[in-house]
Design a protein around this ligand. Structure first.
Ligand code: 0X9
Ligand code: CA
Ligand code: ZN
Length: 439
């Protein structure tokens, strides 16, 4: 219930530029408080059935999101708490933005859903939001389609951009989201972008793993997998080991052990996240795809499951070389490129082996900066989002243009086109949308 109010507040503020007159008194007063973590208190809170939103634990205290009513209830019950709101300035309604709170400039699931909704509202003829799946914790996996005549499935090359298979790789949400925003915001003024958007259908799924991402924000920043409760009581399957091409090929590239960080899941496509991507791909005929990860600053192409090159190695390498060359002048950073299994390490069941293996399309894993753990590993600074996007933009535009140029009879997937429906994700009035997006 509380989360509904929070989401509404986020959305109302996020949408305020569009619906200013409606918003005058909608701000929700919110506090972050902390209480001592002890069993007696936890039990007391639970038996009182207080609907408190637990945020995280830190140094023996539990941090909780509470509104003024909650505070009065706690006072009445003589439960001691410390108001910590001053440590979280983004909670001040005056400063509240769609991007704020515990994850700084990075997007949470709700913030992303709100921003994608805003893009669709702002560019109704060019952007359309789809729900392509539902996670184990009942979050929506969202895809934004960008094209002219966006409500029609036109005979244009389709290109796919995926983000955040791995929960802790926060930067991998931002790059595809910013790509979507860039295409839309520059459509009117930039002839090259207009040509690209008119002649292709770009699909962006910035957050393949919403459950995992939320877990990294609220509980454990280093979490990688989804939040599957496995048969042995451990959590998580590695979504990037669960795709159906050469799934479980060996136990170097993926693990049969549920507790492992690279657990491949109980069967190919056993996870709702890979099912969502699979069903989207089977319902389209993509000409190329990029899946963003971090970190190590390189561009990887199939195979991942073996060091033996594919029969299109030259093409895959040429495209990667061109992308890397276009990226370098932006900030001076060099992205290495090569076959994934040879350059990085062996994996099986990853996204690119499946898209390439089943349809032969150029498929790339981008490992975003930094180059190594010493430069920050998974923890990119907020100020890095802009520069990392800027250098990735020319590569993404190049791959879309390559797809346009190489699109024609016979291009794309050899497989039967699967007409399976993808349901449009309607954006209604802001309050309705908030309810719709609540989990
Ligand atoms: O291991 C992965 O899934 C990717 N690296 S990450 O550090 N982001 O987890 C790499 C996938 C690319 N495939 C291969 N290297 N084989
Ligand atoms: Ca179109
Ligand atoms: Zn990754």
């Amino acid at each position: 219930m509380k989360s509904r109010i929070i989401i509404t507040a986020f959305l109302l503020v996020a949408l305020s530029s569009l619906f200013l007159p409606l918003l005058a008194h909608e701000d929700q007063p919110r506090n972050i408080i902390s209480v001592e973590k002890n069993l007696r208190l936890e039990k007391k809170l639970r038996t009182l059935a207080l609907e408190l939103d637990l945020l995280f634990e830190w140094e023996g205290r539990i941090y909780i999101l509470a509104d003024d009513d909650d505070l009065r209830t706690l006072d009445r019950l003589n439960i001691r708490y410390v108001n910590e709101s001053y440590k979280f300035p983004a909670l001040n309604p005056d400063q509240l933005r769609a991007q704020g709170g515990l994850n700084g400039a990075y997007h949470s699931y709700q913030e992303l859903a709100a921003d994608l909704g805003i893009l669709q509202l702002s560019y109704p003829r060019l952007a359309r939001l789809f729900k392509i799946g539902t996670t184990l914790e009942n979050r929506k996996i969202l895809a934004l389609k960008i094209s002219d005549n966006v409500s029609l499935d036109e005979d244009e090359p389709e290109v796919l951009f995926l983000g955040c298979h791995h929960a802790r790789e926060w930067i991998s949400v931002e790059v595809p989201l910013l790509l979507a925003r860039y295409l839309l915001e520059n459509y009117a003024a930039d002839a090259r972008i207009r040509r690209i958007v008119n002649q292709s259908e770009v699909w962006v799924v910035p957050l393949v793993n919403p459950d995992g991402l939320e877990y990294t924000i609220h509980y454990y920043r280093y979490w990688r997998k989804n939040r599957r409760l496995n048969a042995d009581g451990t959590y998580g399957a590695d979504i990037n080991r669960n795709y159906g091409y050469a799934w479980g090929y060996d136990s170097t590239g993926s693990s049969p052990e549920p507790a492992s960080e690279i657990y491949r899941g109980s069967a190919p496509f056993s996870e709702p996240e890979t099912q969502a991507v699979r069903d989207l791909v089977l319902g389209k005929h993509f000409q190329a795809m990029i899946t963003y990860h971090s970190f190590s600053q390189d561009i990887l192409y199939p195979w991942g499951y073996t060091e033996i090159p594919t029969d299109k190695n030259q093409l895959l390498d040429d495209i990667a070389a061109n992308m890397s060359r276009l990226m370098q002048p932006v900030n001076g950073r060099v992205y290495k490129y090569g076959e994934a299994g040879a350059l990085l390490y062996l994996t099986n069941g990853d996204a690119t082996d499946w898209t390439f293996g089943t349809s032969g399309i150029p498929s790339y894993t981008f490992e975003l900066p930094p180059v190594d753990q010493l430069q920050g590993g998974f923890f990119n600074a907020e100020q890095d989002i802009g520069p990392i996007f800027n250098e990735n933009l020319p590569a993404a535009l190049y791959l879309i243009e390559w797809s346009i140029q190489n699109f024609g009879p016979g291009a794309g997937q050899p497989q039967e086109r699967n007409k399976r429906a993808v349901f449009p994700y309607k954006t209604k009035a802001p309050e309705k949308q908030a309810r719709f997006q609540d989990k």
